[in-house]
Design a binder for this molecule. Structure first.
Ligand code: FEO
Length: 173
């Protein structure tokens, strides 16, 4: 049985993952409308990935005797100033997610819930990957600057970049 404090921390994380999915979906839709199809594909995949992160938590909370809360979501922005702005937002957001996951891990330790602590390690590893990828992309965006040819190649490359580094929804890696 999950302790109330753990259940709350996990439900807060469910909301954060759902918001991430929604945020990246808005970015994907904007990129698509700008004709950046590779970027859009990457962001659509990233949005799906975040939904999977949410789902994994939902199932864990319910399996452990808690009640997962499917949250209401606020409307994300519809437009973004630039591609650089999109990926800066993405990197900033992932850093916040990492902080939040670290907080859940901390609560698990203080509450001596080693089962949830063990479950959360998958998220700790996932955040290392996601932050690293977001930083690599940001470096590329900075390198391109206003070069249209560079932007074309960046967009094409991003289509091949696979965000999925883990197992299917609901399964533990
Ligand atoms: Fe689920 Fe990108 O954090």
């Amino acid at each position: 049985m999950l302790k109330k404090k753990i259940e709350k921390a996990l439900n807060d994380q469910i909301k954060m993952e759902a918001e991430s999915s929604q945020f990246y979906l808005a970015m994907a839709s904007w990129a698509e409308s700008e004709g950046l199809n590779g970027t859009a594909q990457f962001l659509y995949d990233h949005s799906d990935e975040e939904r999977m992160h949410m789902l994994k938590l939902v199932k864990f909370v319910n399996e452990r005797g808690g009640k997962a809360i499917i949250p209401a979501l606020s409307k994300p922005p519809m437009t973004f100033k630039s591609l650089k702005h999109v990926f800066q937002n993405l990197l900033d957001h992932e850093e916040k997610v990492t902080e939040s996951i670290n907080e859940v891990v901390h609560i698990c330790l203080t509450e001596k819930d080693y089962t949830t602590h063990n479950f959360m390690q998958w998220y700790v590893s996932e955040q290392i990957e996601e932050e690293a990828l977001a930083r690599t992309i940001m470096d590329k965006v900075n390198m391109i600057g206003n070069d249209k040819g560079g932007l074309y190649l960046f967009d094409r490359d991003l289509e091949q970049t696979n965000i999925t580094v883990d197992s299917p929804a609901g399964q533990q890696a």
